[in-house]
Design a protein around this ligand. Structure first.
Ligand code: COA
Length: 372
């Protein structure tokens, strides 16, 4: 069976940045407005006033310093508090396809390939901008790729689950060159009016190209093994869906955006992920000392520090477990791939690492790679 390998990767970074300070100014203006508008209910004790956010809380609780977004003005408008991304005509490329295409072209250029070489496109993301046709098929057409394409969603673990699906197809011979593309417009599902989570997410797109190792034209990362696991939980949930109209729930409702019980997620996901990586390494006969790098899901710095320490049995040295969340915030499925893409170029032949994502579902995916 062919050995699958990552031969190219790329990141599309949106042009607009929101710093914590900018975000907090907008949120606090919104909260003051809301409190003034609801002064009577607050005085009567039937509504809770909205408390202010702070940059200090955000950076201490999460490690996030800024986020990239597809539209800054709409998010920072206290009278609006969500992005302005106007609907495009059906004849024009969709916004997710456009972002994904940019990342895909970077991955193809790195591998010395063109779209015509690709015969599988997977668009793996937490949200898709329409029900159908699949975003992946639109990207396939924009690339001039052949074969087939499909969308998949495992929330924050979409990238690693997509890499497993693509690698297995390369092994089986049903694909020869597979793109796993993660365009994440997290600003669209984030509730920017909720101080508990308004700082968490950002927008981005990533792509990895997976080919049989023997077809690689340059340096590559062999995908030695993949492992995916899921376990149902309501602690990260978004109830928006195609049955919304039938439920007579078209009003502005909190549960139609991202919701989480952050503390529980923290407590429950940490042991799950640490045990998952340890078992995966053991199954492949790898020890923690074999790992040159951990590219983890980028949700929370403390969470990553904990996982890194648990997996390695010591505090990771600087650079061993690179974080990008200070610049990008949580970008859902794309986070571990941004970390991989920006912090893998210096690795030498034989160096080993693990890409690991985790999040809603719950879901955990790990990919063991070796530089060649
Ligand atoms: N500014 C100021 N204070 C805030 C605030 C903000 N933006 N947001 C919350 N607070 C307050 C809370 O109201 C709470 O006050 P209280 O103690 O009086 O009730 C206090 O700060 C602590 O809030 P809490 O939510 O318990 O903070 P935390 O330390 O758990 O950090 C998260 C919050 C979300 C950063 C953290 O729980 C986390 O990262 N969890 C896992 C997230 C994750 O991986 N999610 C996956 C999504 S894909």
């Amino acid at each position: 069976m062919p050995q699958p390998a990552i031969t190219g990767h790329g990141v599309f970074t949106p042009p607009e940045v929101i710093t914590n300070d900018e975000l907090v100014v907008a949120f606090n203006a919104y909260a003051e407005r809301w409190n003034a508008e609801h002064a009577a209910e607050i005085a009567a004790g039937t509504a809770e006033p909205k408390g202010p956010s702070s940059s200090e809380f955000i950076v201490n609780a999460s490690g996030i310093e800024q986020r990239f977004v597809m539209d800054k003005d709409g998010v920072l408008d206290p009278a609006r508090m969500y992005p302005r991304l106007p609907a495009r005509p059906d004849e024009a490329p969709g916004i997710m396809a456009e972002m994904g295409l940019d990342a895909a072209q970077k991955a193809l250029a790195m591998a010395g390939r063109t779209g015509a070489d690709v015969d599988l496109v997977i668009c793996a993301a937490s949200n898709h901008e329409r029900a159908y046709p699949a975003i992946a098929i639109e990207i396939q057409q924009l690339l001039g790729a052949g074969g087939f394409a499909f969308d998949m969603n495992v929330a924050c673990s979409s990238a690693t689950f997509g890499i497993q699906a693509a690698s297995d197809m390369i092994r089986a011979g049903s694909a020869k060159a597979a793109l796993v593309i993660c365009p994440e417009i997290c600003s669209g599902h984030l509730e920017w009016r909720d101080r508990d989570c308004h700082f968490i997410f950002g927008d981005v797109a990533t792509a990895v190209l997976i080919e049989p190792a023997e077809a690689a034209q340059g340096p590559r990362f062999d995908i030695v093994s993949t492992r995916c696991a899921t376990q149902f939980s309501n602690n990260i949930r978004n109830n928006n869906g195609f049955l919304r109209r039938t439920h007579d729930q078209m009003e502005d409702r909190r549960d139609m955006q991202f919701m989480q019980n952050g503390r529980k997620v923290f407590k429950e996901v940490l042991p799950l992920v640490s045990a998952h990586i340890a078992a995966h390494l053991q199954a492949e006969g790898w020890g923690a000392e074999d790992l040159k790098r951990l590219w983890l899901h980028q949700a929370n710095k403390t969470m990553n520090d904990f996982i890194g320490k648990k997996v390695l049995g010591r505090t990771p040295d600087p650079g061993e477990q690179p974080n990008i969340l200070q610049d990008y915030a949580n970008t859902s499925s794309a986070g571990s791939i941004i970390a991989f893409s920006l912090h893998s170029g210096d690795m030498a032949a034989g160096d080993k690492g693990v890409i690991c994502s985790f999040g809603a579902g719950y879901s955990v995916g790990s990919v063991l790679v070796e530089r060649q």
